[in-house]
Every structure is written in C-alpha cells, then in structure tokens.
Design a protein around this ligand. Structure first.
Ligand code: PEP
Length: 264
C-alpha cells in the first residue's frame, strides 16, 4: 500500500475566528489544487465551525488540536469526540505541549486514542523525547514507552497518523536533521511491527514535526521513511505552508507534471 503524503498545520492558540478565516481564504484555492498530499488544517476550537464551512467541497481536511476522553458530561470547558465528530476528520493527540504544560499522561492519551477511534476521528498521535532525554541517549526508550502506552489495547487500524516531534525541536528553530528523524521514524515502525504487524507498520503514515519551514521541508520529505510533516509556526503563514505542501508533492512525485503540483 502506498503511503499518501500528509501535511498538517497545527495553529495552536493563535488566530481569532476572523484571522483564521482570513488565513484559510488566503490559501484555500492554491492548497486545494495540490493533489496527492493529504492536507489538514487544525485551527483553534472556536474556528472549527466556520472553517468547516469554508473547506466544504475542497480537498482540504479539518482537524482539532485536542479532545477530552469522555463523550459528554460535567467537564466544564472541555470538548468531546461527539462534538468534534460533526466537524473534523482528525484530532491531534498527545502533543508535547499538552503533555508538558497540561499534565497529560500516557494513560490519558491512551483513553483519548481509543475514544477518538471509536467515534470515527483519526488521531494524529504525537511522540517525542525532551532534550535531556535525547542527550542521555534515552530517545528510543521514551518513544517506545509513549507508543506502547498510547496504543495499549488498541486494535490495529489504518485510521492513525503518528508524528515524531522531538520536544527540543518544537518552536525552537532547531529542527532535527532529516537523517536523525528518519532513524527514529524507522524505529517507530519497528515498534508497530512488534505490537501489531509488519504490514500495518509499513502502511501507517509517520510524520516529522519540529521547526519545519518551506526552507527545510525538502530535507525531511526526501527521506523515504518520512511521510510528511506536522507544522506549527510555519502553518500560520499562507505562503510558507503552501510551500511546504507543494514541495512535498514535488519531492514525493518527481515524475508528475506541474498542474499536479498545484502551480498557477
Ligand atoms: C508543533 O506544534 O507540532 C510544531 C511542530 O511546532 P513548530 O513547527 O512551530 O516547531
């Protein structure tokens, strides 16, 4: 099975609803025309309703940035999979900012992954080591624990995208090298092969995330192990995000003619 390249923009806690609509308006037509790449925008919760309407009829998909693991009830301020199910196809789970600023544990992330899948939402599940863990040579140990815990008691599924996001590379301007990222992504496939099976380990899309821009995307995308990117800061700039998506199409499909690549 060919892995369709995947690029998602995580807008984090940025943009008012008006600004979110303007950003979508700026890139909608051009992004829509890039074929062969699954394109996902993850704006703040409050913009999901209007962005959902703007994206109707386009090839661009919508994702949320987080979700509670209960479906409804007395959880003031939380957003449930039932609510997201009407609006989104994807949900980012286990992002390092959720883990480290909001105390999300592996156990909570496991509950979220299960409930998302049972409500037809596809998780973009994030893993990654912190700087001190990287420096102590513990990257594999950390990633293994995060993957095994989040997928505990989860049946093999194609409705999952994994993002390898070293915490030290997120928002720092200090991206991993393409080679470093590919080695860890290959390791993630080996965990999936043991936990589930070899076929699914080869089929699932695994992205790199951490200071990706239109200037360095080529380094990651040219690695066969890396199927795309989860993009934070650069996804807030229409030209930068378009550049990332367009280069992804160009590099993953070098023989296809230019309309395919979304050129004017
Ligand atoms: C992210 O938040 O998932 C991310 C990768 O951020 P940035 O691209 O800004 O490093």
């Amino acid at each position: 099975m060919m892995r369709v390249p995947f690029v998602a923009g995580n807008w984090k806690m940025n943009t008012t609803v008006t600004e979110a609509e303007e950003l979508v308006y700026d890139m909608l037509d051009r992004l829509d025309r890039v074929e062969g790449v699954e394109k996902v925008l993850c704006p703040p919760f409050v913009a999901l309703v209007s962005i959902n309407m703007m994206l109707r009829g386009s090839s661009i998909k919508l994702g949320a940035q987080n979700m509670h693991f209960e479906t409804l009830g007395a959880y003031t301020g939380e957003i449930s999979p039932l609510m997201l199910g009407e609006l989104c196809e994807f949900v980012i789970l286990g992002h390092s900012e959720r883990r480290w600023y909001f105390g999300e544990t592996d156990e909570m992330i496991n509950k979220k992954v299960k409930v998302a899948l049972s409500h037809g939402l596809k998780p973009i599940f994030c893993v990654g080591e912190r700087l001190e863990e990287n420096e102590a040579g513990k990257t594999r140990e950390v990633i293994d624990r995060q993957v095994m815990a989040a997928l505990d008691d989860v049946s093999p599924t194609h409705d999952l995208v994994i993002a390898y996001e070293p915490v030290w590379a997120i928002g720092t301007g200090r991206a991993a090298s393409g080679e470093q990222a590919a080695v860890t992504i290959k390791f993630i496939r080996s965990i999936l092969a043991k936990l589930w099976n070899r076929d699914i380990a080869q089929d699932l899309r695994i992205l790199y995330g951490g200071s990706v821009t239109s200037n360095n995307i080529a380094e990651f995308i040219s690695q066969p192990e890396i199927d795309g990117a989860l993009v934070g800061g650069a996804s807030l700039k229409a030209e930068d995000f378009l550049g990332i998506v367009t280069q992804t199409a160009e590099i993953k499909y070098p023989h296809l003619p230019s309309p395919f690549k979304g050129e004017e």
